[in-house]
Design a protein around this ligand. Sequence first.
Ligand SMILES: Nc1ncnc2c1ncn2[C@@H]1O[C@H](COP(=O)(O)OP(=O)(O)OP(=O)(O)O)[C@@H](O)[C@H]1O
Ligand SMILES: [Mg+2]
Length: 321
Amino acid sequence: MAKAILEFEKVSKIYSPQVKALQDVFLKVNQGEFFCLIGPSGCGKTTLLKTVNRLIQPTTGKILVKGKEIEKWNPIELRRNIGYVIQQIGLFPHLTVEENIAYVLRTLGQKKEQRKQRAKTLIQLVGMDISYLKRLPKELSGGQQQRVGVARALAADPEIILMDEPFGALDQITREQLQDELFSLQKKLKKTIFFVTHDLREAVKLADRIGVMKQGVVHQVGSPNELLFSPKDQFVEEFLGSSGFFNVLQLLSVKEGMIAFDSLPKLTIANQNQPLELTPEVIKQAQNFTWNSVPVVNQNRFFQPKFNPILANSPWLGDSN
Ligand SMILES: Nc1ncnc2c1ncn2[C@@H]1O[C@H](COP(=O)(O)OP(=O)(O)OP(=O)(O)O)[C@@H](O)[C@H]1O
Ligand SMILES: [Mg+2]
């Protein structure tokens, strides 16, 4: 049984009768989990995140970190236990990279030599050379600044890291690269990451579980597969669909996908160039399905060819959509 490290119990944030940023949010994030919160702009993602490190005080409800209400935590201990990477990069422009990384350590009263040492370790952990430590943020690329942001959040070795669209400002290639690095870093350090994004592809790629928010409510929670294959209602379906279902399909591993994908035709091919075999069984299953082509797997991943000639020509599937 997974152990919850972060719990929201009926948390609301009411700014005015018209603006209910959070409405009775119930959510549990497990120890060591990569949890992504996704949803349309203005649905309350940042608000929910900021209630955790007490930047926002909820109107009602309880938040527990490691089973203890956050009001009962010593504020310094809480700050040490929760790293934070904000929406937009948010480094202190007048501080060097080293001072940025060590910022929390300074507020926690750690000695200068120790802070320097820690900054050295962390900058390398996020894949940068120690020579960057003396630079100012404006002397770094966007991707480098964001790495420093991640290093800063890790400084006090917190158990929980909150990340609010950390890669939103980056170009696609840098973004993908940092996603990959964060993914392996999390697997290595086994931190709990509570990550906000509105990019489904990013969420599917990174998350153990995803929470879909809708107008201040956590509307559905599940693994990427559960959400993609069993959306609770039209809202989830349309929200996920608008990001391009097939765009993210290839990110699912076959093993996980198959569990949720029981009712779908299963084709296995050795490689993409080999013709697909459409067995009568597959076609029978595909008839019950409304897509105009079926997902295909290779040994490791689902992939969805943009145009699948065999299926497109099939009398059952060619014209449906
Ligand atoms: N200080 C405030 N006073 C009044 N309303 C606010 C305040 N802060 C946020 N809101 C409102 O609360 C709602 C939720 O805002 P929030 O920033 O949590 O959205 P979000 O899901 O993070 O959106 P985005 O994806 O655009 O970052 C919005 O309607 C917003 O306008
Ligand atoms: Mg936000």
